[in-house]
Design a protein around this ligand. Sequence first.
Ligand code: ATP
Length: 318
Amino acid sequence: MIRVEQLTKHFGAKRAVDGVSFTVEPGEVLGFLGPNGAGKSTTMRMITGFIPPTAGRVWIGGHDMWEQPIAAKRLIGYLPENAPAYTDMTVYGFLNFIAELRGLRGQARKQAVHRVVEMCFLEGVLHQSVETLSKGYRHRTCFAQAILHDPPVLVLDEPTDGLDPNQKHEVRTLIRRMGEKKAIIFSTHILEEVDAACTRAIIIDRGRIVANGTPAQLRARSELAGAVTLWVGRVSREQVVDRLAQVPGAKRVNVLEEQDGRIRVRVYPREPGINGSFTRAVAEAVQGWAVEELRVEEGRLDEVFRSITMPDTVREAA
Ligand SMILES: Nc1ncnc2c1ncn2[C@@H]1O[C@H](COP(=O)(O)OP(=O)(O)OP(=O)(O)O)[C@@H](O)[C@H]1O
């Protein structure tokens, strides 16, 4: 549904986006992650046809964005960063105006406005002017505008930015629900959103894609993935470190905590990733000890994010 090939944007000497390619199909919610200035908004502006690329192409539903822009844009709902809107209109007036621009008339327009007002919980502010709305409600109004024509493609630039925790939850739920049928791209800085709403995530850094996979695949790239964390008692620190260091496939052992004669320790596999034989080897090595807890780590997205986008500054998280 969305196809992006070798998309590139230069601003003078600056390469904001550098050869980005990916596809998104209906039923997929793609999380777009990256540090500030990585090129997320610029990529989204090119995908939605707001700015032309320096090189590369975009197809929406098979329509080339530069050769058939009207057909391509008709399929897209776009929530830009900072959620701008016509602030002197009422919410109701604004949504009706956008519905008209989208070619909806009469009963169809009424129904479309009613549908998005319900979906975005706007009943209480319908007759308030946009400029007097709180940030969260203004944001929801813009979100409603983006989905008014029920487009099969949604491009959402930081859709939960500035919302309170309840609103964030509602928007994620909405995205997940709409993502069952639509092709959705949304950018975020919040890694837990990737788990909460995305079927796949792309990490972009300095204009380039540096990782692309399901949340589980990305987590598996974490150094922590497959590490085994244990609480053991009645055994010395030296014994624990010595024995665990000899487990086949172990890379290193870290003592994380010592408390009342108990030790919390973590042993990392040489090859990150969940691996039953490594876990079994650790379990065998500690037989006979007072093991109070043994946990296999899944890996953490924040660690992967940091190690990919700031490779020199990764520090271990306990
Ligand atoms: N119109 C412009 N003119 C010049 N440089 C620009 C322009 N728009 C973006 N840039 C630069 O391009 C780079 C990518 O910016 P972009 O806004 O796409 O990043 P981002 O990943 O969306 O960042 P953030 O997470 O902070 O929103 C940045 O260095 C930015 O300063």
